[in-house]
Design a protein around this ligand. Structure first.
Ligand code: GAR
Length: 190
């Protein structure tokens, strides 16, 4: 039986699309469900494009009920992958998936992490601080934002010509290049 991933997202879903595409004909791993907290995220489109079930939930359902946990159980999920998912993972999911929740962050943690540091806010901060490089961090989740064990980092150089938008584009390119490979390696090495 294949290892089953549940993809969580809140944003446009370019990483989710890239991950679904990478694992589409994979022999050992499949994306079994896509979940989102946002009606207008890319989740619905990616789900339709790859014919993968889609599940949406509210904040109250996520934090105060077990419907997400049950949906993951029902689909026999092994690993959660957060591809631009912005809510803190509750304790019940950390307990249900020990060392099996993987997040991507668009900066070189421990710099530029923590609550409120996501998406464009990260790139604006990197730009304001005249950083010479930025990058990606793929890490396991724990009960704090962006603090879990780091699995992988990749860097990109920044120049005087860069602005927050061009930094975002450089970092997103790294995300697309590395995230599926790091997920694959982590799942198959276990
Ligand atoms: C990605 O850059 C991801 O690293 C970031 O959200 C973006 C989602 O893009 N995640 C965070 O900031 C988490 N703290 P996408 O919707 O195009 O995949």
């Amino acid at each position: 039986m294949k290892l089953k991933i549940a993809l969580f997202l809140s944003g446009s879903g370019s990483n989710a699309r890239n991950i679904c595409s990478y694992f589409k004909n994979h022999k050992q791993i499949e994306v079994a469900i896509i979940l989102s907290n946002k009606e207008n995220s890319g989740a619905k489109h990616v789900s339709a494009e790859f014919d993968i079930p889609y599940f949406i939930f509210t904040r109250a359902e996520f934090y105060d009920t077990s419907i997400v946990a049950e949906e993951l159980k029902k689909n026999k999920i092994d690993t959660l992958v957060l591809a631009g998912f912005l809510w803190l993972i509750p304790a019940y999911l950390l307990a249900q998936f020990p060392n099996q929740i993987i997040n991507i962050h668009p900066a070189l943690l421990p710099k530029y992490g923590g609550k409120g540091m996501h998406g464009k806010y990260v790139h604006e901060a990197v730009f304001s601080n005249n950083e010479k490089e930025s990058g990606i961090t793929i890490h396991l989740c724990n009960k704090e934002y962006d603090k879990g064990e780091i699995l992988y980092q990749a860097k990109v150089s920044l120049t005087k010509e860069d602005n927050p938008e061009s930094i975002a584009a450089k970092v997103l390119q790294l995300e697309h290049q590395h995230f599926p490979l790091v997920i694959e390696k982590y799942l198959l090495d276990k």
